[in-house]
Design a protein around this ligand. Structure first.
Ligand code: KG4
Ligand code: ZN
Length: 350
């Protein structure tokens, strides 16, 4: 039987999803075919609006999403060269994230799906981040281990199969991206901190200051970044008290090196123990140049293949939601008109 003999509900190839992402401060829409081919990927970033406040202001984020969402979707369809009629389903991030921001995307997706008689598929934001790897690497198949490091999450996730996840390790306190943002603020770099620390660190000495690399005795795969963040703040305070001039580039480079060492060591150790030879990265912090370089080297030395999506697929986007949504779609996952935003949605909760 070929595709033309099948109904949209049953076909598994030639599936085009319109994907919507509004969980934080990016209003994004994309059209993705068969989970791997991006026909369009439109992102309206609100970063400039939030920069003056030093972080994302939830109410401003929601208001901007509602203003931009239709324009972004229209642009995504236009760039893909498809009409709504040629779309097989609507995939939308329904958690985790800021509730007011998520609600804009979820309500929009439901309205389009209802009016256009299309299936609706709710997608987990982090499962989306992981699935960005399927877009970058057309031949990547589970099982693989994925290090997910973003503003709200630091997880080591074993991807056992499409849409089947096991959390191997998680942060006990701050997420890696959160630590980058807080340290950036403390040294006066502003929001968003990650890319600014990354850039400044290139001018500094990563071994200038010995910051701690936390290990949790009974849970070697878990992370903890709050002690490191406090160590940086203490160092800055001590310099101020002694009247010493702080070398910000050295602080940025030494802090970043501590984060990257921990993320790299935990990932390689977990992959070895699990007998996994494919290692992927995902989330905003995965666009960090030192992390990419160090993990790539460690994978090479330990006989593992390293998968790293392009930086613009690591930070928030809707193409990744279309990739994750496709694998749910072909499994028959459909959401009802009661789909709601779930700000603390757990990975693998289907
Ligand atoms: O995945 P993402 O775009 O949004 C969330 O789901 O949280 O991640 C945003 C986080 C922010 O904390 C940001 O500072 C961090 O990713 N980030 C980086 C870099 N680019 C973004 N952290 C370190 N180095 C980078 N180059
Ligand atoms: Zn994200």
């Amino acid at each position: 039987m070929n595709d033309t003999d099948m109904t949209t509900e049953n076909k598994k190839t030639g599936i085009r999803l319109l994907a919507i992402e509004t969980s934080c401060d990016e209003t994004a829409a994309a059209v993705v075919e068969d989970g791997r081919h991006v026909l369009s990927n439109i992102i309206y970033t609100q970063i400039k609006l939030h920069t003056v406040f030093g972080g994302v202001v939830p109410e401003i984020a929601s208001r901007k999403h509602i203003e931009k969402i239709n324009l972004v979707i229209e642009a995504a369809l236009k760039e893909a060269g498809v009409t709504l009629d040629e779309i097989d389903g609507i995939a939308v991030t329904y958690g985790p994230g800021l509730v007011g921001a998520l609600l804009v995307g979820v309500a929009e997706a439901k309205a389009i799906a209802y009016a256009a008689h299309k299936p609706l598929i709710g997608v987990h934001h982090i499962e989306g981040h992981i699935s960005a790897n399927y877009i970058e690497y057309k031949d990547l198949e589970p099982p693989f281990l994925c290090l997910v490091a973003s503003g709200g999450h630091s997880h080591l996730v074993l991807v056992k199969d499409y849409g089947v996840y096991e959390i191997i390790g998680r942060t006990r306190d701050d997420a890696a991206g959160e630590a980058f943002d807080k340290v950036a603020r403390a040294i006066g770099l502003g929001y968003p901190g990650g890319p600014k620390v990354d850039k400044l660190a290139r001018e500094g000495n990563p071994h200038a200051i010995e910051f701690p690399r936390a290990k949790i005795a009974d849970a070697p795969d878990d992370f903890s970044f709050s002690g490191l963040k406090s160590a940086v703040l203490n160092y800055l305070n001590q310099c101020q008290m002694k009247g010493e001039i702080v070398n910000k580039a050295d602080v940025a480079a030494s802090f970043q090196q501590a984060v990257v060492d921990v993320l790299t060591d935990h990932t390689i150790q977990a992959a070895d123990r699990l007998g996994i030879d494919k290692v992927a990265i995902a989330g905003g912090v995965a666009s960090n140049s030192t992390l990419r370089g160090q993990l790539e080297k460690a994978c090479l030395e330990n006989g593992k293949t390293f998968y790293h999506p392009a930086p613009d697929l690591c930070t928030d986007n809707a193409a990744m939601i279309g990739a994750a949504g496709y694998y749910e779609f072909i499994k028959g996952v459909r959401d009802g008109w009661d789909l709601n935003a779930v700000p603390n949605l757990k990975i693998g909760s289907r």
